[in-house]
Design a protein around this ligand. Structure first.
Ligand code: SF4
Length: 512
């Protein structure tokens, strides 16, 4: 249920039709709800990663329906609520329909679409349709019950009860990440766990009327509420109005100080707006102090730390994907599957060569990936990585491939992590509060950032990989994705080569 009314200061509370998603937006932030209704154009476009998460949810939802044979989908979409309501009422009254998918219900100007409504027979007498009650089931691609799911089910239960539907419980259907796919057809009963949340939802349902009343009163105001952006803007979901709400904040806004919400609130309550205004007696961690000092800092041990590598130095990066519905036998939902590696190899004279692997077929890539990788890594030299991620991938490969375990463990013993070297021995003002390679590289090697790449981020690489291997049929598009994936992974490892050089050049600078 979408409402897109003209902005009206005189619109009386209660005259708005809210959807479930709007209600949940309102729980996160009243200002968000207000802007979604009146000034949607101020929102940023959802990026491809967000869209990929939504698509995953849709895929899981469609799989869940297969557990209710004979269930009927209400086809009318959100632009046709009247038709959806009419069709739902028709299905409710048809005793041969065991389940309704995307049923539409409205009560007190709140309209919800229900993922699955399962008909449950009750032990009573009377006409057949009166003996029926309905189990409300919300389907999520999440692996655990979250607070937002209770609110989601609570508003649906409230509307359904108000619309006269006899409810026989409120359930969540979610991904069971302990399920191990055995090959062949997916065992949906195992893949999808069911949680009976009836009691928890009932407790929360009582809060819905007051919350709705507050939202409707707020929506009748001539301007959005004055709500300051902070951590609530990112939980449970990133708000698309973040850029709008923070557009007037100073570049060195205290929200950007590392250390989390608590430090931010302690400073905000004292009226401190920028990192530069933080008083000298305010207790800061070493990292926070570096951010406040806002100057390049070279640690006394940087040269020694950089010199601890052994040549030839390999620079390794993996790309992976994590399908909600397992693709390969003996894998679990959301298991990390490496699909690609890049290795830049630098010898002692400074010569650099590059090797890489990318699986192009819809098969389990792990054994081929491990064999080619071990060949590229040889038996000598440090393996430079950025964070502990590559270690975790090598470990999982060693567990999966007993015949390669020893060699993979030997490779793990050669890992040399550049991230803690930087964290402990170097700071540049351009890092801000982040040591991610995407923040560090432009500061130290400005000529080599990610701006020219089609893929600039790991989750987009995963999404493109899935499209290339499992969906895309146009070979031109497949080729485009292949090239973009290779370039992205290659950039990560070349970045490490250049970062080591740039850091070494800084060790001549005087340290403070
Ligand atoms: S960015 Fe934050 S303050 Fe602004 S509308 Fe979104 S949640 Fe509310």
């Amino acid at each position: 249920m979408e409402i897109l009314p003209e902005r009206s200061a005189s619109r009386p509370p209660g005259s708005y039709r809210l959807s479930k998603s709007k209600f949940l937006s309102g729980l996160q932030c009243h200002k968000r709800l207000y802007l979604e209704i009146y000034q949607r154009e101020l929102a940023a476009e959802p990026d491809e990663q967000t869209q990929a998460i939504l698509d995953m949810g849709t895929e899981v939802g469609e799989e869940a329906r297969r557990l209710f044979p004979g269930g009927v989908l209400v086809e009318a979409d959100h632009r046709h609520p009247t038709e959806a309501l009419r069709r739902t009422a028709e299905l409710l009254g048809d005793p041969t329909v065991p389940a309704i998918f995307e049923g539409a219900f409205e009560f007190e100007n709140v309209l919800v679409r229900v993922d699955i409504l399962e008909r449950v027979s009750l032990e009573t007498t009377g006409p057949e349709t009166e003996r029926d009650a309905w189990r409300l089931i919300e389907v999520k691609s999440s692996t655990r019950v979250k607070d937002i799911h209770l609110d989601d089910l609570a508003v649906q239960s409230y509307v359904l009860a108000g619309a006269g539907v006899a409810l026989a419980g409120a359930w969540l259907m979610r991904i069971n990440n302990q399920y191990v796919y055995q090959g062949g057809d997916i065992d949906l009963e195992q893949l999808l766990a069911r949680d009976d949340l009836t009691a928890l939802v009932a407790a929360r349902q009582g809060e819905v009327p007051a919350r709705l009343a507050d939202m409707k009163a707020m929506l009748a105001q001539p301007a959005p509420p004055a709500i300051e952006p902070d951590g609530h803007c990112h939980s449970p979901y990133d708000c698309l109005f973040w850029d709008h709400c923070t557009k007037d904040k100073p570049a060195r806004w205290i929200y950007h100080l590392p250390g989390g919400e608590r430090t931010y609130k302690q400073l905000a309550v004292r009226g401190i707006q920028t990192i530069d205004e933080i008083p000298s007696d305010f207790k800061l961690s070493i990292f926070q102090r570096r951010v406040k000092d806002n100057q390049e800092w070279v640690g006394p041990q940087l040269r020694a730390a950089l010199g601890s590598v052994r040549y030839p130095v390999h620079h390794l990066d993996f790309e992976t994907f994590m399908p909600a519905i397992p693709k390969f036998p003996m894998t679990r939902p959301y298991q990390t599957i490496p699909t690609q590696w890049s290795n830049h190899i630098e010898d002692e004279a400074g010569a650099v060569r590059h090797e890489e692997y990318l699986c192009l077929d819809p098969k389990d890539p792990r054994e081929e990936l491990a064999v080619t990788l071990l060949e590229s890594l040889g038996r000598e030299g440090s393996i430079c990585v950025y964070s502990t991620y590559e270690r975790s991938i090598l470990k999982s490969l060693a567990e999966r491939l007993p015949s390669l375990r020893q060699e993979l463990e030997s490779a793990m013993a050669r890992l040399w992590d550049l991230l803690p070297v930087i964290q402990e021995q170097y700071y540049h003002p351009q890092f801000g509060s982040s040591f991610s390679i995407k923040s560090v590289l432009p500061a130290l090697v400005p000529a080599l950032d990610y701006g020219d790449l089609e893929i600039q981020e790991g989750s987009l690489a995963a999404q493109r990989y899935c499209r290339m291997v499992f969906e895309e049929t146009d070979w031109v598009e497949r080729e485009r994705f292949r090239e973009a994936l290779l370039k992205y992974c290659q950039r990560d490892t070349l970045a490490m080569v250049e970062l080591r050089k740039a850091l070494l050049s800084r060790t001549a600078a005087p340290s403070r």
